[in-house]
Design a protein around this ligand. Structure first.
Ligand code: C5P
Length: 247
């Protein structure tokens, strides 16, 4: 992948309850961010309308529906994501190797109806960034969480996925294990001055990029800001500090 600017690396999570408010925000942010993430709240409320709209006007879409089902169903869903013209979509790595391979097959099996003819990047969710050690114990994930994350990232890479969604503090270990070409998309980002909300594993945009994130996902610090464009521009500026050649 060629070097990307701070703006191209910024994915904004359109975590809003309806299409009207999402379109309103997206229109303001166009030209200031690299991609729009449509997740389960908006998708459940409005279906693919928003993604269709964004792709039709030339924007990139990350379809964040975290598929986790039998391989045949995930393959069919992946085909639909590709058909829609999503640039990225994701699945849970814990669905297992055959499900992961099916996702990749589905993504490659059709050409999008959008402007981009490339297949979407398929990303794996390893462990949700909201999980704390007590949650992991209850789920039977023993040992060091970072080891589970790296194991799942490796599995995803072997199955042909292009990358993972990973928390800031997992970036370096995944980069070491999976190499420079494997995409790392990082939520759990808070600009230096912002409140932590409920994300347990946090980093600033600059820290995430320095650690090796290809993309960062930012929701509430932009969507909840009094001036979302100014908030997005400030985050891009923070990333540019990490990207600037050292003098
Ligand atoms: O508002 P905030 O910046 O915390 O939003 C983070 C976004 O990243 C949310 O849309 C959340 O669903 C998403 N996320 C994710 N994968 C994770 C953790 C968070 O896609 N492992």
């Amino acid at each position: 992948m060629t070097a990307m600017s701070g703006r191209e690396k910024l994915i904004v999570a359109l975590d809003l309850p309806d299409a009207a408010s999402a379109v309103n925000l997206a229109e303001k942010l166009r030209g200031h961010v690299g991609m729009f993430k449509v997740g389960s709240e908006l998708y459940t409320a409005e279906g693919p309308v928003l993604a269709h709209y964004l792709i039709a006007v030339g924007e990139k879409v990350f379809l964040d529906l975290k598929f986790h089902d039998i391989p045949n169903t995930v393959k069919a869903a992946a085909r639909q994501a590709a058909q829609l013209g999503a640039s990225m979509f994701n699945v849970h790595a814990s669905g297992g190797r055959r499900m992961l391979e099916a996702a990749v097959e589905g993504a490659r099996s059709t050409r999008s109806s959008g402007r981009s003819t490339a297949s979407p990047a398929v990303l794996a969710v390893t462990l949700l960034t909201s999980l704390e050690s007590r949650d992991l114990t209850e789920l039977g994930v023993t040992g060091i969480p970072e080891e589970a994350v790296v194991r799942l990232a490796r599995l995803a890479q072997q199955a042909g996925l292009q990358g993972v969604v990973a928390s800031p503090r997992e970036i370096e270990a995944i980069r070491r294990a999976c190499g420079p070409k494997f995409l790392i998309v990082t939520p759990g980002i808070r600009p230096a001055a912002a409140a932590a909300n409920d994300q347990v594993r946090m980093a600033t945009p600059e820290q995430a990029v320095r650690a090796g994130a290809d993309f960062i996902v930012v929701g509430r610090p932009i969507t909840g800001a009094p001036d979302p464009v100014a908030a997005a521009d400030a985050i891009v500026a923070e990333m540019e500090m990490a990207l600037a050649p050292k003098t």
